[in-house]
Write a protein that binds this ligand. Structure first.
Ligand SMILES: O=P(O)(O)OC[C@H]1O[C@H](OP(=O)(O)OP(=O)(O)O)[C@H](O)[C@@H]1O
Ligand SMILES: O=c1cc[nH]c(=O)[nH]1
Ligand SMILES: [Mg+2]
Length: 207
């Protein structure tokens, strides 16, 4: 599996803000939005483009635009904080939604909402979820996409535990991963260590 770690001082500084327990909800959301911009920038680095002839005020030249803009799929709740910024950066993208919440005790994902196009054949998909912990939620989400024919899925995360990356890889699903940090491990509650806590609660308050 292709894993692209965005190793950049500006990304690291936004991540530090998000990790800091003193950061309030609004500042956490702002840092996530800014970091999302950097992750999307890197995720689209090799995206195919088509050329188009344009006229500048001075001359005719050839410009480019994305050949096949991705479907953006934020995973509710935490991924919602990445959706608007990703859409700002790729305004021609369409958006689908998946709702997934981990059971507190089993740590298994419980899907509760899905709003996706029927047919994803030939469409690149960017899944937006800041946290890849056990990997259960992401594997479940990507399965929903591949069942609809998706074969080109990019998971855009802020943090991952090694356990989550291993689970995604072991799934054999057609994914690549773009993220800002690979942390140390999971704790007994399946939270990422050192992590940043509950990414949904830190944006929106406790569920
Ligand atoms: O890799 P996993 O072990 O499945 O954990 C990761 C999931 O946990 C968080 O969501 P959560 O279930 O807390 O829901 P929320 O976004 O509504 O807070 C996170 O946003 C991921 O979706
Ligand atoms: O550390 C974690 C693990 C799962 N979900 C989160 O929001 N944080
Ligand atoms: Mg949560």
């Amino acid at each position: 599996m292709d894993v692209h770690l965005v190793d950049h001082p500006l990304a690291a500084s936004r991540l530090t803000t998000m990790r800091d327990a003193r950061t309030g909800n609004a500042a956490f959301r702002a840092a996530l939005r800014e970091l999302t911009l950097m992750l999307i920038y890197e995720a689209t680095r090799d995206a195919p483009v088509v050329q188009e002839k344009i006229q500048t005020p001075v001359a005719t030249t050839v410009g480019v635009r994305l050949a096949n803009p991705p479907l953006l799929v934020p995973v509710l709740r935490a991924g919602l904080g990445m959706a608007d910024q990703a859409h700002t950066f790729i305004p021609e993208a369409q958006m689908g939604f998946v709702g997934m919440a981990r059971d507190e005790h089993t740590h298994e994902p419980v899907p509760y909402m899905e709003s996706l196009p029927e047919d994803l054949t030939g469409r690149p998909v960017f899944v937006l979820d800041p946290m890849l912990a056990t990997g259960g939620s992401m594997v479940n989400t990507v399965e929903l996409l591949t069942q609809r024919g998706a074969t080109d899925v990019t998971c855009i995360c802020v943090l991952a535990a090694p356990e989550g990356i291993a689970a995604l890889e072991a799934s054999g699903l057609p994914v690549r991963l773009v993220l800002a940090s690979i942390d140390e491990r999971l704790n007994d509650s399946a939270f990422i260590v050192p992590g940043l806590g509950d990414a949904g609660d830190r944006q929106f308050g406790p569920r």
